[in-house]
Design a protein around this ligand. Structure first.
Ligand code: NAD
Length: 371
C-alpha cells in the first residue's frame, strides 16, 4: 500500500475513533497531534470468505489492529491472501493444524468468520491455544454452546468478543445516548425489521447443519440485539410466529420469515421481523414519550441514515469493520470498554432470546426469558 493511501486511511480511522468516543468529529489535525504509538493487536482471520475479505480490507486502515495471519482450508486462498496482505508462511494454518497457533508469538488474536455451526468448536480450540478470540455473530447455535465458549475463554484467560459492528456505529450510538440521557423520555415501543431475499439455495446459510437455523440466526439477530440496545433493557418474555412460503428452499429447521415480539420490564414492547424472503427490510424505529428515532437503513454496511424528533443525524461514515477492529484492539490490549458491550456475555443474551423464539414457535406459547 502506498504511503499516501496509508496516511489517508489512518486519518479516517482516527477521525471516527475520536468522533464516536467523544461525540464530536475530530479533524485530521487532531490525528497529527496524537499519532498512535501504542500496542498493535496482531490478528489472524479464520475463514477467508466474503465477510472475512471485507474485514481484512477494512483492517488495512486500522492503526491499532493489523492482519498478520490466516486459517483456511483452501491453499489457493491462503496463497492469494499472503501476497495481497503480505502474510508470512509461518502465520498460515489450516483447520486441522491450527491448534499449533499456541506456539506462535506473532499472533495475539483470531477472528472466527466461518459458518455459524463451526464457531463453538473453533473458539474453544483457539482459547485452548491461548489466543484472544473475536467471533462472528451468531456467536453459536444456542445458549448452551455460548456458555461453553465463555467458560473456555475464561479458563484460558483470553478475551472473547463478538463481531457486533453496530455497537460502534455513530448514529446508533447517538440514539442510545439520547435515550440514556432521558432526551427521548420513557421508551414505549421498538420496531426492528431485518431481511433480504436470499439467493443460491445450495449455500450454507440454507443448510440447517451449518447455519443452525435460517433468517433468524443470520439477520434476525440484528433486530434481537437492536431491540436490547435501543430499549436499554433486557426482555422478560417473547412470543413468535413463523411464515413459510417456499418449503423447498427453506427446509425443515431453516426459517424463512419469523415475526417475534419482546416484552421489557419497564413496559416497552418490541415488534420484530426477520426474513430471507423479503427485500428492503432494514429499519429500526424507537418511540418514547418525548421523542422518537428512526434508523433507515439501520444495520447494513452503511452509510446508516437516521433521524430523531430533533432532526437528521449527521456523522461521517467510516467503514464499520475498521472502527470495530480499532475499538476491539483497544478492548483486548488496553482493557477499554465499549458503550454497548461486545463480549461473550452479550452474545449469550442474544442466543438465549433465539432459544426462546424457537421454543415459542414450537409450543405456540409465550416464553419467559431470564437473561
Ligand atoms: P462465506 O460463505 O462467504 O464464508 C465462509 C468461509 O468459511 C468460506 O471461506 C468457507 O470456505 C469457510 N468454511 C470453512 N469451513 C466450512 C464448511 N464446513 N462449510 C462451508 N464453509 C466453510 O460466509 P460469510 O458471509 O463470510 O459468513 C461467515 C460468518 O460471518 C457467519 O457467521 C456470518 O453470520 C458472519 N457474517 C457477519 C457479518 C456482519 O456484518 N457482522 C456479515 C456477513 C457474515
Amino acid at each position: 500500500m502506498d504511503s499516501r493511501r496509508n496516511f489517508l486511511q489512518k486519518i479516517s480511522a482516527s477521525v471516527l475513533t475520536l468522533s464516536i468516543s467523544g461525540n464530536a468529529i475530530a479533524s485530521a489535525k487532531d490525528f497529527f497531534n496524537q499519532p498512535y504509538e501504542g500496542p498493535v493487536l496482531r490478528v489472524a482471520i479464520m475463514g477467508l470468505g466474503s465477510y472475512g475479505t471485507r474485514v481484512a480490507d477494512a483492517m488495512q486502515a486500522c492503526a491499532k489492529a493489523k492482519l498478520v495471519g490466516v486459517i483456511s482450508g483452501t491453499p489457493a486462498k491462503i496463497k492469494n491472501w499472503q501476497s495481497k496482505y503480505n502474510i508470512p508462511a509461518s502465520n498460515c494454518y489450516n483447520y486441522e493444524n491450527f491448534d499449533l497457533i499456541k506456539d506462535n508469538s506473532e499472533i495475539d488474536a483470531v477472528y472466527v468468520i466461518t459458518p455459524n455451526a463451526l464457531h463453538h468448536d473453533q473458539v474453544i480450540r483457539l482459547a485452548k491455544a491461548g489466543k484472544h478470540v473475536i467471533c462472528e455473530k451468531p456467536m453459536a447455535l444456542n445458549a448452551k454452546e455460548g456458555q461453553e465458549m465463555i467458560d473456555a475463554c475464561k479458563k484460558a484467560n483470553v478475551k472473547l468478543l463478538v463481531g457486533y459492528r453496530m455497537h460502534f456505529e455513530p448514529k446508533t450510538l447517538e440514539v442510545i445516548r439520547m435515550r440514556k440521557e432521558g432526551e427521548l423520555g420513557k421508551v414505549m415501543f421498538f420496531q426492528g425489521l431485518c431481511g433480504f431475499k436470499i439467493g443460491d439455495p445450495t449455500q450454507w446459510r440454507l443448510n440447517k447443519q451449518l447455519a443452525g437455523g435460517g433468517s433468524l440466526m443470520d439477520i434476525g439477530i440484528y433486530a434481537i440485539n437492536g431491540a436490547r440496545y435501543m430499549v436499554g433493557e433486557e426482555p422478560v418474555w417473547v412470543t413468535a410466529q413463523e411464515a413459510k412460503t417456499n418449503p423447498e428452499k427453506f427446509k425443515e429447521g431453516v426459517d424463512e420469515t419469523i415475526q417475534f415480539q419482546l416484552g421489557f420490564p419497564g413496559g416497552a414492547v418490541a415488534s420484530c421481523l426477520s426474513s430471507y424472503n423479503i427485500s428492503n427490510l432494514d429499519r429500526f424505529f424507537l418511540t418514547a414519550e418525548k421523542g422518537f428515532a428512526e434508523l433507515l437503513p439501520s444495520t447494513g454496511y452503511g452509510p446508516i441514515k437516521g433521524r430523531t424528533n430533533k432532526g437528521e443525524l449527521n456523522y461521517t461514515h467510516i467503514t464499520h469493520q475498521t472502527v470495530q477492529m480499532e475499538k476491539m484492539a483497544g478492548i483486548i490490549l488496553s482493557g477499554e470498554t465499549a458503550l454497548v458491550p461486545v463480549d461473550g456475555e452479550e452474545g449469550l443474551k442474544d442466543l438465549k432470546i433465539i432459544d426462546g423464539i424457537y421454543l415459542a414457535l414450537k409450543t405456540g406459547k409465550k416464553v419467559n426469558l431470564k437473561l
